[in-house]
Design a binder for this molecule. Structure first.
Ligand code: GDD
Ligand code: MG
Length: 349
């Protein structure tokens, strides 16, 4: 069994974070996101992984290389222009003509993939799709099933009046290579809008997998959910992805406070009277006297000046937060942003 990770989207909903960093490698607790997926695959014994790229592919290749640092073999396909989710799978055909696990490249999960694969084999399915429950399916692909587990209906981004169940497409599939023959060559083609409805029309064995134990599942593709992913990892809520090391080598001056939950990258400096609570600091961040950072994520080389207060915010790489600034919930600063002293952003503004 091989794997294909769909990692070519533009990450528009995560802007400005994705202007210089493609979504598949935004850091979650200081590790590029895709490494969590690579880990999930490796745990299931899948080490032959193809990454399907389109947006800023060199940055992703630079980060992950041939995969040998992570105990897997990574190959890449780069589409000349985005081919759509199924088009991307077709485009990788030469590398993956065998049963393949296909993952959306923005899903953080501790799903038991081996269970999915064995169910797929038992059913002799053409395709198996993993389901997860969500409160509001409108941003996802709604999936209705039959009592025997077959998919009855697939409806991408349903309107409010079309929502009949709370189970959605978790962005994880096992596909038999015959699926490749149903996708046109060189066209933009979508699993969600084209191929899944096709499978149903053709009455192919298309099954849903419902995880037995409650699996953690989150699409990290919006700022709120990106922040949530970091918090869930800080709080050890992701069964299979425990943080092994929360601290690099950093300097906390006397009177600085860093709580146990926080993840602090190497070369950070936290000055006297500053507080870092339930937050992630990337490498080389500076937190100056009496600044307070809580429930926030700072990317590397960002400076928070004296007396500033940062709460429930995401701050990109190489930013400067001026003295006594208030950076509050909902704030997302792109790389190299600079906030003048006393600036106020976020909640209440
Ligand atoms: N290579 C490549 N080429 N990858 C693509 C392309 C493309 O043209 N278009 C999208 N992708 C990748 C994205 O990078 C992302 O990892 C994944 O495919 C899904 O795209 P999103 O843009 O994140 O889709 P979504 O979140 O709105 O909806 C999808 O995911 C939901 C679960 O999070 C759908 O699959 C829904 O049905 C599903 O419920
Ligand atoms: Mg998504």
């Amino acid at each position: 069994m091989q794997a294909l990770i769909l990692a070519g989207g533009k990450g528009t909903r995560l802007r400005p974070l994705t202007v210089y960093t493609p979504k598949p490698i935004v850091p979650i607790c200081n590790r590029p996101f895709l490494l969590y997926q690579v880990e999930t695959l490796r745990r299931a014994g899948i080490t032959d992984i193809t990454l399907s790229l389109s947006y800023q592919p060199q940055k992703i290749e630079q980060q992950l290389g041939d995969g040998s640092d992570y105990g897997v073999k990574i190959r890449y396909t780069v589409e000349p222009q985005p081919m759509g989710t199924a088009g991307a799978y077709k485009y990788a055909e030469d590398l993956i003509r065998e049963p393949t696990v296909v993952l959306n490249g923005d899903i953080l999960t501790d799903l038991d993939l081996e269970a999915v694969i064995s169910e797929h084999n038992q059913h002799r399915a053409t395709a198996t799709i993993v389901l997860t429950p969500v409160e509001n399916p409108s941003a996802y692909g709604l999936v209705e099933t039959e009592p025997d587990g077959r998919v009855r209906r697939f409806l991408e981004k349903p309107k409010a009046e079309e929502i009949s169940v709370n189970t959605i497409n978790a962005g994880t599939y096992v596909l038999d290579p015959r699926v490749l023959d149903m996708i046109p060559i060189g066209e933009n083609y979508s699993f969600e809008y084209n191929l899944f409805p096709d499978l149903l029309r053709r009455n192919e064995p298309f099954f849903a997998h419902v995880p037995h134990r409650e699996a953690y599942w989150l699409d990290i593709g919006t700022p709120a959910r990106y922040l949530q992913a970091n918090h869930d990892l800080l709080a050890d809520r992701i069964h299979a992805s425990r943080l092994t090391e929360r601290r690099g080598r950093f300097e906390a001056q006397p009177g600085a406070e860093v709580d146990e939950a926080s993840v602090i990258g190497s070369d950070c400096i936290i000055k006297s009277g500053a507080q870092v609570i339930n937050s992630v600091l990337g490498q080389g961040c500076h937190v100056e006297e009496k600044a307070r950072i809580e429930n926030s994520v700072l990317w590397p080389h960002t400076r928070v000046s004296a007396g500033a207060f940062v709460a429930d915010a995401i701050i990109g790489r190489g930013c400067h937060v001026g003295r006594s600034a208030q950076v509050l919930a909902g704030t997302v600063l792109g790389d190299k942003s600079s906030l003048t002293d006393y600036t106020q952003t976020g909640a209440g503004q």
